[in-house]
Design a protein around this ligand. Structure first.
Ligand code: ADP
Ligand code: MG
Length: 355
């Protein structure tokens, strides 16, 4: 018989717990970037600049002009579950900010070298702090870990270096820095399109030209034109629909039947979070199949706002997906609306469609 003696159960070291959690929240450089961009937007920034080296594995730097962080908060900034955004569990029902768990900076500090430089409006200088595993550490061995005064403008600059340096299996999983950079550009592009009144830029370290550059004043259509090009932007139709029964509002821009490409692009924001939904993607593809040639696919930017009490944002460690009530009804209503828009544009086309 296969009788074995159970091994004793012991609690894991706090440091091990934190590293495991970090690896769930930050799977790839783009996840760190997303958290840091969301923090910048939460801080009321009107400018977010991203600098990347080696697909974010060597360097990921986000500079914003938001409210900054109080010097007094710097000692606990990177501890797990420290946040300025959530107080009670019930607050999750009405949360309007991207962040809520106070886990992003903590996680990053466990798996990378993290430097924070920040200045609030009321401080007469900026402060720079270095972190390791949740705690302030000195810039160089032997120095004090206390934040140092430095010159700087209002806002926050977060520098993440050598991501996954102490998680060798994860580090080795990244074969191609350029794949990681493409994911980063994609994510910056999504937020750049959604966050009106915020300027975004993204560039590779050592290159003078930017991969993405949009002005704060650019319209949503301008932003799509700059990031996805004129062939998409010239064929977009605006849509907007809502239904009180399901407590939702949806608006966005969708390509018309003149446009078709190899792969569907859905830029989906639910209550201003960039998320994925295979159900929404499938329904959109289904809707367009009646209008596009076989193997033709659309581009859709969809901003969906749902009563926060009906949305569960806390279902995925990377916050990639959210759950909401009446999903089927809401998706159907949106797709029905898009279908009517497509039909209207289709009917007004002056040329004869091929059969
Ligand atoms: P969360 O966003 O869930 O609160 P984070 O670990 O991402 O958790 O951030 C912790 C706290 O640090 C935030 O609540 C916020 O007060 C502060 N913070 C982080 N990034 C910025 C930033 N770019 N500007 C101003 N404050 C920031
Ligand atoms: Mg955050």
């Amino acid at each position: 018989d296969n009788i074995t003696i159970p091994r004793r159960i012991k609690p894991l070291d706090q440091d091990v717990v934190n590293k495991i959690a970090a690896g769930e929240i930050i799977v790839a450089p783009v996840h760190a970037l997303k958290e840091l961009m969301e923090n910048a937007v939460d801080a009321g920034s009107t400018s977010v600049e991203v600098l990347v080296k080696d697909g974010g594995l060597k360097l990921l730097q986000i500079t914003d002009n938001g409210c900054g962080i109080d010097k007094e908060d710097l000692p606990i900034l990177c501890e797990r579950f420290t946040t300025s955004k959530l107080q009670t569990f019930e607050d999750l029902q009405t949360i309007a900010t991207y962040g809520f768990r106070g886990e992003a900076l903590a996680s990053i500090s466990h798996i990378a070298h993290l430097t924070v430089t920040t200045k609030t409006r009321d401080s007469n200088c900026a402060w720079r702090a270095y972190y390791d595993s949740g705690k302030l550490v000195p810039a160089k061995p032997g120095q004090s870990p206390d934040p140092k005064p430095v010159a700087g403008r209002q806002g926050t600059q977060i520098t993440v270096e050598d991501l996954f340096y102490n998680v060798p299996t994860r580090r080795r999983a990244f074969r191609s820095p350029s794949d990681e950079y493409n994911k980063i550009i994609d994510m910056v592009g999504r937020y750049a399109i959604h966050c009106s009144n915020v300027a975004f830029s993204c560039k590779k370290h050592g290159e003078s030209s930017t991969s993405i550059a949009v002005q704060a004043s650019a319209s949503c259509l301008d932003r799509i034109r700059q990031i996805y090009g004129g062939s998409v932007a010239n064929e977009l139709t605006e849509f907007s629909t809502s239904d009180d029964r399901w407590a939702f509002k949806a608006n966005g821009l969708a390509t018309n039947a003149n446009y078709s490409t190899k792969k569907t692009t859905v830029l989906l924001f639910i209550n201003h979070r960039c998320v994925e939904s295979s159900n929404i993607r499938k329904a959109i593809e289904q809707t367009y199949s009646a209008f596009l040639p076989k193997n033709g696919h659309p581009f859709v930017y969809l901003s969906l706002e749902i009563d926060p009490r009906r949305v569960d944002v806390n279902v995925h460690p990377t916050k990639r997906e959210v759950n909401f009530l009446n999903e089927d009804e809401i998706i159907q209503a949106i797709c029905e609306h898009i279908r009517s828009k497509l039909a209207a544009v289709d009917a007004s086309r002056t040329f004869v469609t091929q059969t």
